[in-house]
Design a protein around this ligand. Structure first.
Ligand code: PEP
Ligand code: MN
Length: 332
């Protein structure tokens, strides 16, 4: 159950209620929100006078549920907004990893020339093998910060553990929680303590319920700026790297209030179909599209097979425009 207490209810009383109901509470726009387990179906009568409004919930997808908020949340990403009353679909592009100043400058100046505002690059890479490139760490983040300064990008970069959160907050605009990290409660709790936007990627073996409940950890800590990212799940199929779950996206749109970004690059794992998939994603009426692009994919230190060449990405953007128009989305 989600409870909004009255303005007249004191902070101390909110604490008492929170403790008695074994709940979590936080402040939102100056008032208090108390969230109990969804198994609580009735307001205990002794608190009735303290309560402004309440929502009885079916499952522990609560703050993220559209039963709580019918409209999609608006999230401000640097100078841009997604969700809310906007029809914005933000294009976020850039290499898988920040590899060197030269590579990131080449990529950034190209994206700037195409008027792309969302720029991505991993500095802390959660790799499958300990012997693969692990990322440039803080030096990589500083390079992204430099590109932000130079071109005014909205920077997305991932954390690999909770100790990276402060550095990503300093040098980037959106904290990315990767598919392999989304169960890390140290990360989730650290991201709950800030109001910096967080993009949480769905684990490849994660149900939609588990995915959104991970987002609940951040929301219930008082950070309202959470975005979901579908990036493919593991199925019996091995010809493609993962399977992009567009049915899942339809479910998320229907049942949650969080902006949704789609990442066809990690789902497919190969360059050849990214353009088609991007158009399919766009047709779903989503809030953002994340695409990996590298100045020279053949020498990329991670995800080489799926990163687009610059010309391919330019062509993709051209083809995306009419699809965006057809579904009344505004590419930003
Ligand atoms: C990435 O965005 O480069 C990445 C590692 O993605 P994922 O966590 O979805 O595998
Ligand atoms: Mn990648």
């Amino acid at each position: 159950m989600i409870i909004h207490t009255k303005d007249s209810t004191s902070g101390q009383r909110v604490e008492e209620i929170t403790k008695a109901l074994k709940a979590i509470s936080f402040e939102q726009e100056g008032s208090h929100v108390v969230v109990t387990s969804s198994s609580l179906k009735e307001v205990p009568s002794q608190y009735a006078d303290d309560i402004e409004d309440y929502w009885v919930m079916d499952t522990d997808i609560q703050l993220a549920s559209n039963k709580y908020r019918g409209e999609r949340r608006e999230v401000r990403l640097g100078k841009l907004k997604i969700g809310g009353a906007t029809s914005n679909t933000m294009v976020i592009a850039g290499p898988c990893s920040v590899e060197s100043e030269e590579q990131i400058e080449q990529s950034a100046s190209f994206m700037n020339s195409l008027d792309v505002h969302g720029f991505r690059g991993g500095a802390f890479k959660p790799r499958t093998s300990p012997y693969s490139f692990q990322g440039m760490g803080v030096d990589g983040l500083k390079l992204l910060g430099k590109m932000r300064e130079k071109y005014g990008f909205v920077i997305f970069s991932e954390v690999r553990d909770a100790t990276h959160v402060d550095d990503v907050i300093e040098h980037a605009d959106v904290i990315q929680i990767g598919a392999k990290s989304m169960y890390d409660h140290g990360i989730l709790r650290a991201c709950a303590k800030t109001t910096k936007p967080v993009m949480i990627k769905r684990g490849f073996g994660t149900t939609l319920q588990e995915f959104v409940q991970a987002a609940e950890f951040i929301l219930s800590g008082g950070n309202p700026n959470v975005i979901l990212c579908e990036r493919g799940i593991r199925t019996f199929e091995t010809k493609t790297r993962f399977t992009l779950d567009l049915c899942g996206v339809a479910w998320l749109k229907e049942n949650t209030n969080l902006p949704i970004i789609l990442d066809p690059s990690h789902a497919l794992g190969y360059r050849y179909g990214i353009s088609d998939l991007s158009k399919a994603c766009m047709a779903m009426g989503i809030d953002g599209l994340l695409i990996e692009v590298h100045p020279n994919p053949a020498v990329a230190k991670s995800d080489a097979s799926q990163q687009l060449h610059h010309e391919q990405f330019e062509q993709l953007l051209r083809e995306l425009e009419p699809v965006a128009n057809a579904v009344n989305r505004n590419l930003v």
